[in-house]
Design a protein around this ligand. Structure first.
Ligand SMILES: [Mn+2]
Length: 339
C-alpha cells in the first residue's frame, strides 16, 4: 500500500508537466473495466489540459461505445500509421487493466520499443515491471484503483458525472454486477462518492445488461442449447463455438460477453470454459467458483493467465485439437490444484 502511494506521488509529480503527451491503451478485446478506465482517464486529462489519445489494437465493442470518449479511440487495425506516430510522439503510455505489454496485441512491439515511459494502472496479479507501477491485485477493478489515482493526483473536484459513470461501469462489470470480488467495504464508499458526483447507476445497468443485439441472443441460445457439455468426471462445463456459428448468427464484437459465467449457475458445475474459434485462432475463457485457480490452468497449458476465478488463454490450433487438450489436461489440473 505504501509503495502504491509512493508511485501515485511520483506520477503526480510527472503530470505537473502539462505539456506531456499521453497515450492510453486498454487490453485486447476491451471489456467494461478496460474501456471504462480509458474513458475516465481521458476525461480527466481533457479537463486538466493534458494531450491524450486512446489507442486500441482491435475494436471497442458496440455496447461500450456509450462511454464518453470511447468512440474516438483509434484502432490499430484501421489506422496503423497514425497509431505508430502517436506512440512515438508520446511521453507517457498508460497501460490500463492489463499487467503486460503482451496483452496489447499488435501494438506490443511498437509500445515495447517506444521512448515513452510506461504507466501501468492495473489489478491483475504478477505484473510486468514498468517505469510507473500502480498495481494492486486486491481491488475489484482497474476503475476502482483509478478512482484513487485520479482523486489523489487531481482531487475529488475533477470527478464529473460522466467520469463517475465510466468508473462505475468498470467496477460493476468486473464484479459481475457486484456479485463477486466485491466484499470490501471500500468499494461501496467509492460507489457512494460516485453517486454524489452524479453517477447515473440505472443508466449504466441499462446500457450493460438490458441492451442486446438479436445476434447475441441467438448465439447465446444456440450455445446453451446445443453446445454446452458438462463433463462426467469433473465439475466442468465446456462450450465450444465455431467460426461457422459466429458467421451464421452474424456475430458482433461483445456478443459473447458474460456467456461463460452462465454455466456456473448449475449446482454441480464449478468451472466453465468457453472455447471460441475465430480467424484461425482459438480463444479460451475460464471461470470458476470457489477455490479452483483457473488462471493456473490457462497459464500452464493455454498461453494465458488472469485472475484466480477468471482467466483467459489462446492457441493457434484447430478447435478440435484445443477441445482435446482441455479434456486431456483436466485430470492433471484437478490433481494438482483443486483442494
Ligand atoms: Mn479489470
Amino acid at each position: 500500500m505504501e509503495d502504491l502511494e509512493k508511485e501515485i506521488g511520483r506520477l503526480k509529480v510527472r503530470l505537473q508537466d502539462k505539456n506531456v503527451k499521453a497515450v492510453i491503451i486498454p487490453h485486447i478485446s476491451p471489456d467494461g473495466d478496460a474501456a471504462g478506465s480509458c474513458s475516465a482517464l481521458s476525461q480527466v486529462f481533457e479537463q486538466v489540459g493534458i494531450d491524450w489519445h486512446i489507442l486500441t489494437c482491435d475494436y471497442v465493442p458496440e455496447y461500450l461505445k456509450f462511454l464518453k470518449n470511447i468512440s474516438s479511440a483509434i484502432s490499430f487495425q484501421e489506422k496503423p500509421e497514425l497509431c505508430k506516430e502517436l506512440i512515438s510522439a508520446a511521453d507517457l503510455i498508460f497501460m490500463l487493466d492489463h499487467n503486460t505489454v503482451m496483452r496489447e496485441g499488435k501494438l506490443e512491439g511498437i509500445v515495447a520499443n517506444a521512448r515513452a515511459e510506461r504507466v501501468m494502472i492495473d489489478h491483475h496479479p504478477n505484473p510486468e515491471l514498468q517505469q510507473f507501477m500502480i498495481s494492486n491485485a486486491k481491488v475489484s477493478s482497474t476503475c476502482e484503483l483509478l478512482y484513487t489515482v485520479i482523486t489523489k493526483i487531481f482531487g475529488k473536484e475533477v470527478i464529473t458525472s460522466d467520469i463517475a459513470n465510466s468508473l462505475y461501469c468498470g467496477i460493476n462489470t468486473d464484479t459481475g454486477g457486484l456479485s463477486h470480488n466485491s466484499s470490501r467495504p471500500e468499494i461501496y464508499r467509492i460507489i457512494a462518492d460516485l453517486l454524489e458526483f452524479g453517477l447515473d447507476k440505472d443508466l449504466i445497468h441499462r446500457q450493460i445488461y438490458q441492451v442486446n443485439n438479436l445476434s447475441r441472443l441467438r448465439l447465446m441460445g444456440n450455445t446453451l442449447l446445443n453446445k454446452l457439455q458438462v463433463d462426467t468426471r469433473y465439475p466442468v462445463a465446456i462450450m465450444p463455438i465455431t467460426n461457422e456459428e459466429l458467421e451464421k448468427y452474424d456475430y458482433k464484437d461483445g456478443d459473447l460477453e458474460g456467456l461463460v459465467n452462465i454455466p456456473l449457475s448449475v449446482h454441480n458445475v464449478a468451472v466453465s470454459i468457453q472455447i471460441t474459434e475465430r480467424k484461425g485462432r482459438v480463444k479460451l475463457s475460464f471461470r470458476s467458483k470457489g477455490k479452483i485457480p483457473v488462471n493456473e490452468w490457462a497459464r500452464i497449458w493455454f498461453n494465458g493467465g488472469g485472475h484466480f476465478n477468471a482467466a483467459g488463454g489462446q492457441m493457434e490450433r484447430p478447435l478440435e485439437e484445443v477441445i482435446k487438450k482441455v479434456l486431456e489436461t483436466m485430470p492433471l489440473f484437478f490433481e494438482q490444484f483443486s483442494k
